[in-house]
Design a protein. Structure first.
Length: 278
């Protein structure tokens, strides 16, 4: 019993200090270092490194959970060849997250299905891996939360939370027109984050059509002025990334007549979006 006292006391101290890796690995690593003739400083260095690695992993997992990504996707799984208009080197440079230190924004523009959300998720994951706070939400869901918070008199608390993210990703801006109140509340989010944090927006609309979403030339102009002051624009024109993946995995699943209509649809959309004013 007396021989076990130091071990029990050490375990208690390690739990108190919240060093779970130390607690789990110290005896096994001590035996290994003893067999290798490693001194106590090298032993402590290895044990500390194990603790740091696991602590970093847990921190990243917490960041990802708090970001509320709809799915966890990395840039490694994105097929850049499918969207030749997208500058791969620009995206990989953004994945270093230096733009967040400079409080710059990102806008990804292009038709539906070209992988804008995937790129946003990949950049969000990269930021989490750097230990940065990230929030992910669709534009319509954000407006709904803002209006609900206003009605429940918790708007200031929500605005403070949104302003605190190092990177806030707002997906699918332009899919649904906003009410006057919703547009003003969303504008306030962009205004409060201006030069205080990085914001990424994905949209299927070119800039000159954003007025259709916000319903006001004045409000749209003021929003774009703030959002594009320090901005990295990702141009993502091309055929539907998701649909191409479906065709590659199961080309015979599309009936001949439907394939013909689909081909004409893509030809029409390419002609329509070729001259988008980015």
């Amino acid at each position: 019993m007396r021989c076990d006292a130091p071990r029990i006391l050490l375990a208690h101290h390690l739990k108190t200090l919240r060093l779970p890796t130390f607690l789990r690995e110290h005896e096994k690593l001590a035996r290994l270092c003893s067999a290798e003739g490693v001194d106590h400083l090298e032993y402590l260095s290895r044990l500390t490194e194990l603790e740091m690695i696991e602590r970093t992993g847990r921190m990243i997992e917490r960041r990802i959970k708090l970001a509320k990504f709809p799915a966890v996707k990395s840039l490694d799984s994105f097929d850049f060849k499918a969207i030749p208009s997208l500058n791969k080197m620009q995206v990989l440079d953004l994945a270093r997250c230096e733009y967040i230190d400079r409080r710059e924004n990102i806008i990804a523009l292009g038709p539906s299905g070209t992988g804008k959300t995937h790129i946003a998720l990949g950049l969000g994951l990269a930021a989490c891996q750097k230990g940065l706070s990230v929030g992910f939400i669709t534009a319509s869901a954000l407006v709904h939360e803002l209006m609900e918070a206003r009605d429940e008199k918790t708007l200031l608390r929500l605005q403070k939370k949104l302003a605190g993210y190092k990177l806030l990703i707002i997906d699918e801006l332009g899919f649904v027109p906003l009410s006057k109140t919703g547009a003003e509340l969303l504008f306030e989010v962009f205004s409060q984050r201006y030069e205080c944090g990085s914001t990424m927006v994905t949209s299927n609309l070119p800039f000159d059509e954003w007025t259709e979403t916000f319903g006001s030339d004045r409000l749209t102009g003021a929003l774009l002025d703030r959002l594009t002051h320090h901005v990295n624009i990702l141009e993502m024109n091309g055929e539907s990334y998701r649909l191409n993946q479906s065709k590659l995995s199961c080309p015979d699943c599309l009936p001949g007549n439907f394939r013909y209509r689909l081909k004409n649809y893509f030809r029409f959309r390419r002609s329509r979006t070729a001259n988008w004013p980015w």
